[in-house]
Design a protein around this ligand. Structure first.
Ligand code: EPU
Length: 335
């Protein structure tokens, strides 16, 4: 175990922003994490895949990169399995492993960057599926005491891109293991329009989980920039959820507004649409910009600082607010 001082995090955040950790250590197992907690004199910060953070300054802490690996079949039932996965596993590699085992449930979440341990924090979601739909429990280490704690579904307060780990327990735990419930007899979820259209393009009429995963990969690759080529953190903002009343008022003024009615009577409006209609799509400001294929994704054209991207985000928030009276909130964690 070797703690490295003044360590560059450029390779550890998908925006590709230069910022330094006061100290850095990769953690391969739970026991070494507990040893570090017992002896550390600095505050501890956990880093997963770095695909949902914006580094606006150097990190004045001991940054621990969660590299805890392992995929294990815990229980096999008639139609389902429970699998336990290390928090440091790459999310997409886990998804493809599930497809190879013919375990269904996470195929719609293909190609989401990041790690398994970070996935519950923002309840990752795409194409009609969220992490909470396949979640059984997780294990996490308390960064103050080093104690292990089990969180079940009801403990996590999962919401749209939200959980207890973004609120009450923000920065308090390292998620070391997640247990998923997957299906051996998967019914695929191809209800999302873009998936249906892509399967048709692919000539698939009876999609299995592999076909769904391939379709999702195609859609994501066609719309979302690859962080290895162009720094970004996926959707920068959440899609705002409006009350029926607020939405009706907006629709009267802007009849073409794209929207989705939610079961509880509220209405979700795509932030990408609001940002595009406010004139930001494909616009470049210095080394930053809003992506040409998906306005919701902010990008680093190279050499941008976190503060520059933050400034762009604030300008976008202000113009959407001015035109539509709608408040956008970042989905990305600002450090
Ligand atoms: N739209 C525009 N202009 C744009 C982008 C989108 O007008 O530049 C409109 C279009 O009408 C489009 C609609 O917005 O039909 C929805 O766009 P899309 O299907 O791309 O989905 P999204 O709402 O922008 C959300 C998630 C994505 C996830 C996709 C697919 C959030 C914040 N984002 O995006 O998640 O992949 O749905 O399910 O909920 C992420 O969280 O990082 C992420 C990429």
């Amino acid at each position: 175990m070797k703690i490295i001082p003044a360590y560059s995090l450029k390779k550890y955040n998908s925006f590709g922003i230069e910022a330094k950790a006061k100290a850095f250590l990769a953690i391969e197992e739970e026991a070494s994490l507990q040893r570090v907690i017992a002896t550390a004199t600095e505050p501890i910060v956990i880093l997963g895949g770095g695909s949902n953070i914006l580094l606006c300054q150097d990190v004045d802490a001991l940054v621990l990169k969660n590299n805890i690996k392992g995929k294990k079949l815990l229980r096999s039932f008639k139609h389902q399995v429970h699998v336990a996965v290390g928090g440091g596993e790459n999310w997409h590699e886990f998804v493809r492993w599930c497809i190879d085992q013919n375990y269904g449930g996470v195929e719609n979440l293909s190609l989401i960057p990041g790690t398994v341990g970070a996935a519950p924090i923002q309840n990752i979601g795409a194409y009609g599926v969220e992490l909470k739909d396949v979640f059984v429990r997780l294990e996490a280490i308390d960064l103050q005491t080093g104690e292990r704690r089990i969180f079940r579904l009801q403990d996590c307060a999962f919401g749209y891109r939200d959980s207890v780990f973004k609120r009450k327990y923000k920065g308090k735990y390292c998620i070391t293991k997640v247990v998923f419930r997957l299906s051996k007899t998967a019914k695929v979820n191809a209800s999302y329009g873009a998936i249906k259209a892509t399967l048709k393009e692919m000539g698939v009429t009876q999609p299995d989980i592999r076909a769904i995963s391939d379709a999702v990969i195609r859609i994501r690759q066609s719309k979302l920039p690859d962080p290895a080529v162009l720094g970004n953190a996926g959707s920068f903002f959440k899609n705002p959820v409006l009350s029926k009343k607020q939405f009706k008022r907006l629709q009267t003024a802007f009849p073409s507004i794209v929207h989705y009615d939610l079961p509880d009577g509220t209405v979700k409006v795509p932030a990408g649409w609001l940002i595009e209609q406010s004139g930001w799509k494909g616009k470049r400001v210095g080394n930053t910009g809003s992506h040409k294929n998906q306005a919701l994704v902010l990008v680093n054209y190279g050499g941008a600082t976190g503060k520059e991207i933050y400034t762009l985000a604030m300008k976008i928030i202000a113009s959407v607010k001015q035109k539509y009276g709608v408040q956008l909130t970042p989905e990305v964690n600002i450090w």
